[in-house]
Design a protein around this ligand. Structure first.
Ligand code: NDP
Ligand code: 8X3
Length: 257
């Protein structure tokens, strides 16, 4: 394991779920963190906890990844000593609804595409030139099993995650000849706020997604993200599909009840 002590890590969507768990594990390993999301109060609470537990250096960014101008002004002009980003974790993302495409809500589609695809691109475009210039960096995208396989009603969400997969592959090609690494960590079912967001706060519907099976935890994924970041510089983990033992594909889940 290569130390990431003192490295500057940007995590988008750090206010909840996988992003918040990544903040925990990167902090444990001594990284300095730029935590970005829209809910600043959640970020502040996470930052306070990590500062107490690990004496972490943390910069909180209230940022909507869909807001291109805000992303550019926040990330291109990062204050010192935060400007030289070593690791970017593109985690911010969401699903909305599970409707058949022919009945789909176009606003939901826009939100998923704007966040999962365009937001990831805006953030990457802002951070990557500095990495290329410094000849140092690692982009870790959070994809999904949904980018490998579709499921009924997944249509646009699955398409956005297939796009993330394509962008990870394309980015690795574009960066060939530089020391910058690109990884895609693609989980199956992870119990987070994800399904609550998908079903707009319907907790009963959300909890049914994980009913009778043992899902992955956000920490399971965060440990894997940090594993990717701590390999020796000549090792690039390009893609990891990570499923719960109770899940064998996007549509096949072993449930006891
Ligand atoms: P959560 O809903 O718990 O977390 C999503 C995070 O994304 C929140 O911190 C949220 O912060 C942030 N976010 C959403 N929209 C924006 C935005 N416009 N700008 C900035 N931040 C935003 O879900 P997960 O932790 O599960 O999701 C994290 C990633 O993992 C997503 O990309 C998701 O697609 C992916 N994933 C999730 C799986 C699962 O089963 N849970 C499986 C496979 C992949 P805030 O609301 O404060 O802005
Ligand atoms: C999240 C996993 O299967 O709920 O990307 O879409 S799934």
């Amino acid at each position: 394991m290569v130390s990431i002590q003192g490295q500057i890590v940007v995590i988008t969507g750090a206010s909840s779920g996988i992003g918040a768990a990544c903040a925990q594990i990167f902090a444990r390993e001594g990284a300095a963190l730029i935590l970005a999301a829209r809910r600043q109060e959640k970020l502040e609470a996470i930052a306070a906890e990590l500062q107490t537990t690990y004496q972490s250096q943390i910069h909180v960014l209230e940022m909507d990844v869909c807001d291109r101008a805000a992303v550019e002004s926040a990330l291109i002009a990062l204050p010192e000593p935060w400007s030289q980003v070593d690791i970017l974790v593109n985690n911010a993302g969401l699903s909305r609804g599970l409707d058949k495409l022919q009945e789909g809500d176009i606003q939901n589609w826009e939100e998923m595409i704007d966040t999962n695809v365009k937001g990831l691109l805006y953030v990457t475009r802002a951070v990557l030139p500095g990495m290329v210039e410094r000849r140092r960096g690692h982009v870790i995208n959070i994809g999904s099993v949904a980018g490998h396989q579709n499921y009924p009603g997944g249509n646009v969400y699955c398409a956005t995650k297939a796009a993330v997969r394509a962008l990870s592959e394309g980015l690795k090609m574009d960066l060939l000849g530089t020391p910058i690494r690109v990884s895609s960590v693609d989980p199956g079912l992870v119990e987070t706020e994800f399904s609550q967001v998908r079903f707009r706060g319907d907790l009963e519907k959300a909890s049914k997604v994980y009913q009778g099976m043992t899902p992955l935890t956000p920490e399971d994924i965060a440990e894997i993200v940090v594993f990717c970041a701590t390999r020796p510089p000549h090792v690039n983990i390009s893609e990891l599909l990570v499923l719960a033992t109770d899940q064998s594909s996007a549509t096949m889940v072993n449930r006891q009840s």
